[in-house]
Design a protein around this ligand. Structure first.
Ligand SMILES: [Zn+2]
Length: 338
């Protein structure tokens, strides 16, 4: 089959690879219904994350099971499934404590920007729907696999509460999903930081009450003004740079919570600064598997429409253009039709 391989920074190809096969009795093979490009795929694409040889790209997926290993009991061929980018057995102490993205058996999914993919730990990782979902729900179901689950985690880690205030740092796909999550969790004031018109509009549609285009000191001052000089109860950091982290810490009120889900690149913390900021910090790879049943229900009952975050749709053969469009910020997120 043909699949997406990143050979070097800026060099992504759709090329011939062996079809995935069952390697362990706990594996499943799925036929992708659609797949997509993640903001985190841009780190190696931009050469900001080392690449040790050609890499099979893609970790967001939904589709139909075509084959399962001999030990798999909870899903069967023909079922529509969604899974997390981090696979999990759903039984180990970390899974049972609510953090399946740190599962003792965890593997990170790869190779899902392809027509077929192998999913390890299928029993713990995959969640099946009762019936085949309508076609128009596929983008939103795909979004639950990572981008929505990660935005959701940012809001949960930032302890967004009914009636609270939330600031979302970052207007990428995850930040926009963070806005949606904060709204669902009942925040009454959601301040989205964004300088791009299309992203501002989507943020407003997903529930943002205020948009701040300023960054750095100006951005911090604007948020302080909007919160009567107090700062926000909850801050969702959805970028992963020093600047975005500084922004997040500076606008969180004492006793407030920061959920940080942008994978930090070159971020350092000053101990005394953190001490006096007096904020809770929780980050890491989102425990998406824990949220999946709830998020899939919200999508299947059409209560939320996270799929709108895909503003570019391409046939998977044009995957290279999909990367380019996201790299140049012409697209928020690219959906690939398989
Ligand atoms: Zn586990």
């Amino acid at each position: 089959m043909l699949a997406t391989i990143l050979h070097a920074p800026g060099d992504v190809r759709y090329e011939e690879v062996p079809e995935p096969t069952i390697r362990k009795p706990t594996d499943a093979i799925i036929r992708l219904s659609a797949t997509c490009i993640c903001g985190s795929d841009l780190w190696p694409y931009r050469g900001l994350q080392p690449l040790s040889g050609p890499a099979a790209m893609g970790h967001e997926y939904c589709g139909v099971v075509v084959e399962v290993g001999s030990a798999v009991t909870s899903v069967k061929p023909g079922q529509f499934v969604v899974g997390s980018f981090a696979t999990s057995d759903n039984t180990c102490p970390h899974c049972r404590f609510g953090f399946p993205s740190s599962c003792i058996e965890r593997e990170f999914m790869t190779g899902a920007q392809a027509p077929y993919a192998r999913v390890p730990l299928a029993d713990g990782t995959l969640v099946a729907t009762d019936e085949m979902p309508a076609d128009d729900l596929i983008p939103s179901l795909l979004a639950t696999s990572d981008v929505l689950g990660t935005g959701w985690y940012a809001a949960e880690a930032a302890a967004v509460k009914e009636g609270g205030t939330a600031v979302v740092v970052g207007d990428g796909a995850v930040g926009l999903m963070g806005v949606l999550a904060a709204k669902e969790m009942g925040a009454v004031r959601i301040i989205a930081m964004s300088r791009h018109k299309a992203r501002q509009e989507l943020a407003l549609e997903y529930g943002a009450t205020d948009i701040i285009a300023e960054r750095g000191e100006d951005g911090i001052r604007r948020i302080r003004e909007l919160t009567d000089g107090i700062g926000a109860d909850s801050v969702l950091e959805c970028v992963g740079t020093q600047e975005s982290m500084e922004q997040a810490i500076s606008v969180c009120r004492p006793g407030g919570h920061i959920g940080y889900v942008g994978v930090p690149h070159g971020v350092t913390f000053d101990g005394q600064r953190l001490f006096f900021a007096q904020s809770s910090l929780l980050g890491g790879p989102a425990p998406v598997r824990r949220f999946l049943p709830h998020l899939m229900d919200l999508v299947l009952s059409r209560k939320i429409n996270p799929g709108k975050v895909f503003d570019l749709e391409l046939p998977i053969a044009d995957v290279a253009e999909g990367y380019k469009a996201m790299d140049e910020r012409r697209a928020i997120k690219t959906l690939l039709r398989v």
